[in-house]
Design a protein around this ligand. Structure first.
Ligand SMILES: Cc1ncc(COP(=O)(O)O)c(C=O)c1O
Length: 401
């Protein structure tokens, strides 16, 4: 792909993502380096509580990646070798890799064309007596239609994991995603709606599942109950080990160490405070794209926005005629467009070989896969950049006339 700068012959560089490192973030990182508590400390303690409060869930655990988060969630809801797990055909690799890693079978489900999400119907179409769980993704930041999905899942006694990697801050009928299904999973890395720069998290309203996920992710050591006063009374406060919250070092199960470090937790606490404002900016640019694309009269249609959805727009996704040629045309003009995701899960090599699935079982996902395109959206975009992108889209189609 061509590398371009703003000054090259009227070409603007429009990035898909940006991060903003404020002085507050710099200071927080330096303070953590000085204090030398690298994990399991005060920042993690507070970040978990603040994240749970943000999504309005009873509990949250900060973990070192979204993949670790989905692993502990799947184990905690009881996914075992030989089980079938329903997953959307069009999402990120983790949703298939975690069941497969646990010896279970990912069963790929179709999605609806409007939002690219699974529905109660597309999930029910792939139920079998071996189905053990549902792992769904709120695709691009648009919540799946959770009420009918949860009703169907309850009827069949299936736990549901909602992957909110695209959707931190999105709402379904006024409820934040992450607190609707049995477990919410977040990836906090900067390719997603980032508050940390890296990491992941789980959220749940079930104390039992929270405990199990904590044991899996922290060596199987039971927690010792503490409150924030603990950190003010630490003896040997200058010693790195002293500021770590206590766990009873006597495992009740085999576990792993999947905790999120203190530095990303400290950064995450700052990011959480700005998240609503950032998501509002994303929604503003989505509306601007929508109205400019409509006026441009081009064969490009944004995915739908359901009346009950508060979209977080990690991605602004359109369906476009001649998608691949358009993508190339936009890259050459400095616009960082992508396809999320270029290959459907059942068509990736490993899943094709080990879990062969007829393409007739996911026709809508296949159609979307041919024509979806992600246009740049992030909180620091400008109106001028959106106008430039839509201008280039119009130029592409007008040249074809
Ligand atoms: C879009 C997306 N990105 C990433 C991940 C995995 O997270 P990470 O990259 O933090 O391991 C997930 C988890 O399911 C996801 O859905």
């Amino acid at each position: 792909m061509a590398t371009v700068t703003r000054s090259e012959g009227g070409i603007m560089k429009v990035q898909a993502k940006k991060v903003q490192v404020t002085d507050e973030i710099r200071q927080a990182v330096l303070a953590q380096l000085d204090n030398a508590v690298y994990y399991g400390g005060e920042q993690c303690f507070h970040f978990e509580r603040e994240l749970a409060a943000y999504v309005k869930a009873e509990h949250a655990l900060a973990l070192n990646s979204g993949t670790s988060a989905l692993l502990v969630a799947a184990m905690a809801v009881g996914v075992r070798a030989g089980d079938e797990v329903l997953v959307p055909a069009n999402v990120y690799d983790t949703s298939a890799e975690i069941p497969a890693f646990l010896g279970a079978v990912p069963i790929f489900c179709d999605v609806e064309a409007d939002t690219a999400n699974v529905t109660a119907e597309t999930l029910a179409a792939r139920l079998s007596p071996r189905t053990k769980a549902i792992i769904l993704t709120h695709m691009y930041g648009h919540p799946a239609d959770m009420d009918p999905i949860m009703e169907m899942a309850r009827t069949h006694r299936l736990p549901v994991i909602e992957v909110c990697a695209h959707a931190l801050g999105a709402e379904y009928k006024g409820r934040r995603v992450g607190a609707i299904a049995d477990v919410g999973v977040f990836s906090l890395g900067s390719k997603n709606i980032s508050v940390c720069g890296s990491g992941g998290a789980v959220s749940t309203n079930s104390t039992e599942k929270d405990r199990e996920m904590e044991l899996i992710s922290r060596h199987g050591w039971p927690r010792v109950p503490i409150d924030e006063s603990f950190f003010r009374m630490v003896p040997f406060a200058d010693s790195p080990m002293a500021g770590m919250f206590p766990l009873e070092r006597d495992p009740v199960r085999a576990g792993l160490n999947l905790q999120l470090d203190e530095i990303p937790c400290a950064v995450g606490r700052i990011g959480l405070r700005s998240l609503d404002e950032w998501n509002e900016r994303r929604r503003y640019f989505a509306r601007l794209y929508g109205s400019l694309l409509k006026d441009a009269m081009v064969p490009v249609r944004p995915l739908s926005l359901k009346p009950w959805a508060l979209h977080s727009y990690l991605h602004y996704v359109v369906r476009a005629e001649r998608r691949d040629a358009l993508l190339h045309f936009l890259w050459e003009r400095g616009i960082e467009t992508r396809v999320h995701y270029p290959t459907l899960l059942p068509e990736l090599r490993y899943y094709r070989e080990h879990f062969p699935t007829s393409p007739d079982l996911y026709p809508v996902a296949r159609q979307l896969n041919r024509d979806v395109l992600t246009l740049p959206v992030h909180p620091w975009l400008t109106d001028r950049e959106v106008e430039y992108v839509v201008g280039r889209v119009a130029e592409f189609y007008h040249a074809l006339r």
